[in-house]
Design a protein around this ligand. Structure first.
Ligand SMILES: [Zn+2]
Ligand SMILES: [Zn+2]
Length: 386
């Protein structure tokens, strides 16, 4: 491993990372980022470099020199967040109100570093698809790339992803088989009553009372209807209704999120949110309109690829540096769509004691770069060994 870490490391990859950090772009509008990445992939000598996949995704193909074999996809996200950065770093964002506060700059730089090494050595069979994906932060860019033919066009058989995480030490990895991140859906419930004078409630249908019962009732789906050992989150995160103290409003709107680690519980929770909200509203003489929007599915790591990923990480940092049965998180990630399309696995790489993801003070920790590049290169050389 030391060869990879020393020869292809720090200075260039750090420079790319800081350049990307200074020029953050949002969702699908990552065209400068895509140009930067594509130019690098061409310069490294990738066999093909395609842009505009899923609007603004980039794919570079690198063929091994050791004969025929499968194509393995390595994926990095590309987009930043609408956050005003206050990291105080010399390479802070040059675009006010936008920042790489989730470390996708680091993910891109590490995958570029791996692409350079793999294109130079080609010490593997088959091929590797270097995948840069737009719109992870709520835009479903992974699905857009899949719908644009990503998997079939490049004949990708297995897929791997990586995300950094603060408070896991530098030089450590975490992974698990099965559900590692949650599904994340959103709902909006409009409770329609009949407004009127606050002093004459008997002449109205009060949507505030109905909405309050719905908020409480939704919590019983988790506490009374699901297995206590299975994770489900139902959060009502906003309530809007009424303008003043002496008028009962016509309507109240609730919105929130439903998260699970199992697709059957995801279906169950959606059904029960709908049933419970309409029944409780009806009990108060009100009606509801419900929109339940499916977001990212459960990020589900496949067994064989997760064993491989954990073994590769252990070969770099030792078994004590890899937690191969980490607790799942109730955050979500659109790499889940790629894991639904092909077998694969996502690994977490330690970012050290930095502020948390999506925090304005967050900055990707460049000390993680050698471990991330080393993981990608070793993964390909192991998975595609002769
Ligand atoms: Zn994020
Ligand atoms: Zn992220």
């Amino acid at each position: 491993m030391s060869i990879v870490l020393n020869s292809y490391m720090q200075s260039d990859v750090v420079e790319w990372r800081r350049h990307l950090h200074q020029h953050p772009e949002l969702l699908y509008d990552v065209h400068k980022t895509a140009s930067f990445l594509a130019e690098k992939l061409v310069a490294f000598g990738c066999d093909t470099v395609d842009t505009g996949i899923g609007q603004s995704g980039v794919v570079g193909i690198i063929k091994g020199r050791l004969g025929a074999g499968p194509v393995i996809g390595l994926r990095s996200d590309m987009d930043a967040l609408p956050i005003l950065e206050n990291s105080g770093k010399p390479w802070t964002s040059k675009v006010s109100g936008r920042a790489h506060s989730c470390g996708h700059d680091g993910h891109m730089a590490m995958l570029l570093g791996a692409a350079r090494c793999l294109a130079k050595t080609r010490n593997f069979r088959g091929a590797v698809a270097i995948i840069f994906q737009p719109a992870e932060e709520g835009g479903g860019g992974a699905l857009a790339m899949i719908n644009d033919g990503l998997m079939d066009r490049f004949k990708i058989e297995h897929i791997f992803g990586m995300h950094n995480e603060p408070h896991i030490p530098i030089g450590q990895f975490a992974i698990k088989k099965g559900a590692m991140l949650a599904s994340a859906d959103t709902f909006e419930i409009t409770v329609n009553g009949r407004g009127g004078h606050a002093g004459q409630p008997h002449l109205s249908v009060d949507p505030v009372i109905a909405a309050a019962h719905i908020v409480i009732g939704l919590q019983s789906i988790v506490s009374r209807e699901t297995d206590p050992l299975q994770a489900v989150v139902i959060t009502v995160a906003s309530i809007h209704g009424g303008d003043t103290h002496n008028v009962i409003p016509n309507a109240v709107t609730l919105s929130g999120t439903v998260r699970t680690l199992r697709s059957d519980l995801r279906d169950f929770a959606e059904r029960r949110v709908r049933d419970l909200a309409s029944s409780v509203a009806a009990a108060h003489g009100a009606t509801v309109e419900i929109s339940h929007n499916r977001g990212y599915p459960v990020t589900f790591n496949h067994d064989v690829q997760t064993d491989l990923a954990a073994a590769v990480a252990q070969s770099i940092v030792g078994s004590q540096g890899v937690n191969s049965d980490v607790h799942p998180r109730m955050a979500a990630e659109d790499f889940s769509f790629m894991l639904e399309a092909r077998p694969g696995s996502m690994i977490i790489i330690g970012n050290g004691e930095t502020p948390g993801l999506h925090n304005p003070a967050y900055d990707f920790n460049d000390d993680a770069i050698p471990f991330g590049v080393g993981y990608w290169v070793t993964l390909i050389q192991t998975a595609l060994a002769v």
